[in-house]
Design a protein around this ligand. Structure first.
Ligand code: HEM
Length: 196
């Protein structure tokens, strides 16, 4: 089955990304840092989501439109910087077919599971008590959304493409990790590029 294969074969890259993410989060110690950090991740996540949704995912993945999370990320950023637009984008992994798109979507959907832990860290370090829309995405539907997604991964139509999907997920984890690594700043408030 695809999901268990994906999970075990991306475990190392997930752990590397998680470690990098936590390292970057250590510089998020104020609402201004949080704003800068959101802009950094947006440079990867916004174009990534746009590329993915150019493929006809609807027939394979349930509630595909509800899985678009750019809107929440933009709303979080524009709470601080109301006219913000993305000017610089990260280097994205190649998404050439719908199977590459599924692999990358696995990475983005799975990240909703770590979201509450990340939100808790941000709240603790910044003192923010408002909703963190992006990291607290799906809320009480989180488990159900993930279970439906997992079941969709295990449908027979995707099994012949297991290796392509897995390779794409690994590329996506790695590209995100590299982007965070080169944008790991001592303080996101002082160093955030206003154009990002
Ligand atoms: C501080 C950062 C992170 C923490 C603490 C974290 C934590 C977690 C946790 C607790 C799970 C659920 C594991 C389970 O139910 O067995 C999970 C799953 C997952 N996370 Fe993360 N995560 C982090 C960052 C990320 C990021 C940035 C991404 C991708 C953009 C990501 C992608 C995934 C994926 C794809 C899964 C699903 C694994 C599976 O197939 O079961 N995570 N994460």
């Amino acid at each position: 089955m695809l999901h268990p294969h994906l999970r075990s074969n991306t475990d190392i890259t997930h752990r590397q990304l998680e470690k990098q993410f936590i390292s970057n989060l250590q510089s998020v110690n104020s609402p201004e840092d949080y704003e800068g950090f959101l802009k950094t991740i947006a440079a990867f996540l916004l174009p990534m989501e746009e590329v993915l949704h150019q493929f006809p995912l609807k027939t394979l993945i349930p509630a595909i439109d509800a899985r678009k999370r750019s809107k929440d990320l933009l709303e979080d950023i524009r709470h601080y910087d109301k006219n913000w637009e993305l000017m610089q984008t990260a280097s994205l992994p190649p998404i050439l077919t719908i199977y590459h798109a599924i692999g990358a979507l696995y990475v983005l959907e799975g990240s909703t599971l770590g979201g509450p832990f990340i939100a808790k860290m941000i709240r603790k370090q910044t003192g923010l008590d408002s909703t963190l829309l992006y990291f607290e995405n799906y809320q009480e539907k989180r488990k159900a959304m993930w279970n439906k997604f997992r079941m969709a991964l295990d449908q027979s139509a995707l099994q012949p493409h297991t290796e392509t999907i897995t390779a794409s997920a690994i590329c996506c984890f790695t590209a995100y990790q590299k982007w965070l690594e080169i944008n790991n700043k001592p303080s996101y408030a002082k160093n955030s590029n206003s154009s990002m």
